[in-house]
Design a protein around this ligand. Structure first.
Ligand code: NAP
Length: 247
């Protein structure tokens, strides 16, 4: 088991929802966390203040990670601030759900750029630093929708499936280094993203979940901690945290 104290992590979209809870879980283990946000400045500052008051070392950094130059700026700021990068959690994501007939090219592009293009951008920028780590970790927050598909979600499903393919290929390329690359595939988790869904649709989904409830962001964060602490021999995998919905 690896002690995480003193390691440095970047969590994209780390101020809200699942990202906020991953940030908090890592910070409480003594990881120095760079909390990336795009538009949620107030939430990022509030989280920094809350965690700093508890003795954690955290730092907020604005960047739209769908843009290569901004992702590079994020990584450079992390290195300037904390001297290295050991852990990259690619968590930033959006949905723009439409049935394919109504899906504009713009909504296709934006969802691919934010969910998948960002993974290229941050990994490209951070890899030279992560490969210098004793225990490097790249963790991509994909989705059950990338495995099973989702009605009205061709764009999101393609992006999240792309993250899984990326994860396996990069894991192979890095297998002889100290860096592992894995995906976490959450099922339906109670955050703003799921709150956007019509209540009737959500009720039907929950009824199909073998565990009969939504997952919590804390249950996803525990997966991240597990891969960071105990995951030296786990690479190229999909960790499904979905209440049994996809087996
Ligand atoms: P959320 O509450 O809507 O949070 C999305 C996060 O992504 C926010 O922190 C947001 O930051 C960030 N983000 C969006 N566009 C960005 C950009 N261009 N650059 C940087 N950050 C950006 O959603 P969530 O449920 O926590 O989702 C987190 C991840 O889990 C996503 O990748 C999502 O696809 C995945 N996931 C969620 C569920 C679920 O049921 N909730 C299930 C499977 C997978 P700002 O607010 O600052 O823009």
């Amino acid at each position: 088991m690896t002690h995480l104290e003193g390691r440095v992590a970047i969590v994209t979209g780390g101020a809200k929802g699942i990202g906020e809870v991953i940030t908090t879980a890592l910070a409480k283990e003594g990881v120095k966390v760079v909390i990336n946000y795009n538009s949620s400045k107030d939430a990022a500052e509030a989280l920094v203040n809350k965690l700093a008051a508890e003795g954690c070392e955290v730092y907020a950094c604005q960047a739209d990670v769908s843009k290569l130059e901004e992702a590079k700026g994020l990584v450079e700021e992390a290195v300037q601030r904390f001297g290295k990068v050991d852990i990259l959690v690619n968590n930033a994501g959006i949905t723009r759900d439409r049935t394919f007939k109504k899906l504009s090219r713009e909504d296709w592009d934006r969802v691919i750029d934010v969910n998948l293009g960002s993974v290229y951008n941050t990994t490209n920028a951070a890899l030279p630093y992560i490969t210098e780590s004793e225990e490097g970790r790249i963790i991509n927050i994909s989705s059950i929708i990338g495995q099973a598909g989702g009605f009205g979600q061709t764009n999101y499903s393609a992006a999240k499936a792309g993250m899984i393919g990326f994860t396996k290929s990069l894991a192979l390329e890095l297998a002889r280094t100290n860096v592992t690359v894995n995906a976490i595939c959450p099922g339906f988790i109670g955050t703003d993203m799921v709150a956007e869904m019509p209540e009737a649709v959500l009720e039907k989904i929950v009824a199909k979940v073998p565990k009969q409830r939504l997952g919590t962001p804390e249950e996803i964060a525990k997966g991240v901690l597990y891969l960071c602490r105990d995951g030296a021999y786990i690479t190229g995998q999909q960790l499904n945290i979905n209440g049994g919905l996809y087996m």
